[in-house]
Design a protein around this ligand. Structure first.
Ligand code: GUN
Length: 283
């Protein structure tokens, strides 16, 4: 393998260590950061994400409270819980794990969370803040990617950045954060013509497609930095990203693995947002 590995697991551990020190200071001043995590239904992947999030909270000293609701929960019931959590002064952040089981509406729940407690930064208000480059809450996955680039010595300014995927959670805010650091950003998606050729122009390529091994070696420029946001299962059920790792690692200069890349960073940034919210309460 030619590329240097960007070790998200190690970088996330360093971020958590910094946060643990901040939490200690907050607690000494009488403020214990609190995060409410809502999980509706029994989606196995969501269960793993939620477990990892609450475990990470415990590690840095954040009080995490899990709310597990059955798959047949009504929208009224879910919104009532959100209203209760909005009103609680000991809860700084509210996270509802997405996607919600049908027929629940992700957007309705996102809109109900107090923007001051929206540690995912999914609400229209917080997305607006991200657009204008004035953010209290960083969008977790894109912020995690930026942190990895910074700590790996990757300069974004002036570089060609290509983001594959245009979701509200990853693709769109990712493009915005790269733009704020003066990258020249292209967002590709399922209708993009000549996708491979566009990707080959990238100095920094971010894959957020949701398809196993979608990014192949012929789509990557020699020496590019490749960030894999994907979390998929391959033919044999093994966890893998959106990038054909073994082949692309022979071409890229730096690359993130899956698992152990972006995933742990997303959680670290969620903790960071929760600490940010708690600091505001402490003021
Ligand atoms: N589902 C997939 N990613 C995320 C995330 O970052 N936050 C929440 N709440 N749900 C998700």
């Amino acid at each position: 393998m030619k590329a240097k590995l960007i070790d998200g697991k190690a970088i996330a551990a360093a971020v958590r260590a910094d946060l643990a020190a901040e939490v200690e200071t907050l607690k000494a001043g009488g403020t214990e950061p609190g995060l409410a995590v809502i999980l509706v239904g029994e989606d196995p992947a969501s269960q793993v994400y939620v477990r990892n999030k609450t475990r990470a909270c415990a590690e840095v000293g954040i009080h995490a409270e899990e709310f597990r609701l059955p798959a047949d929960t009504t929208e009224d019931e879910l919104l009532a819980l959100v209203a209760e959590l909005n009103a609680r002064t000991d809860i700084d952040g509210i996270l509802c794990q997405l996607p919600l089981p049908k027929p629940l509406d992700d957007a309705a729940v996102i809109a109900a969370i107090d923007p001051a407690k929206d540690v995912d930064a999914f609400s229209a208000v917080n997305v607006g803040h991200i657009m204008i480059g004035d953010y209290t809450f960083l969008p977790c996955t894109p912020a995690g990617v930026m942190e990895m680039l910074h700590r790996s010595g990757v300069e974004v300014s002036g570089k060609r950045c290509v983001v594959i995927g245009r979701s509200n959670i990853v693709g769109k805010p990712m493009a915005m954060l790269l733009l704020h650091e003066n990258g020249t950003v292209t967002v590709c998606h399922s209708r993009t013509e000549n996708l491979a050729a566009v990707c080959r122009e990238a100095d920094i390529l971010v894959a957020a497609v949701g398809r196993a091994k979608f990014v192949t070696a012929d789509m990557v420029k020699e020496g590019a930095v490749v960030i894999d946001v994907g979390m998929n299962r391959d033919e044999s059920g093994k966890l893998c990203g959106d990038v054909d790792f073994d082949a692309v690692a022979e071409i890229a200069s730096q690359i993130t693995p899956v698992p152990g890349g972006v995933g742990p960073m997303t959680i670290a940034m969620l903790l960071k947002n929760t600490v940010t919210a708690a600091k505001r309460r402490a003021k």
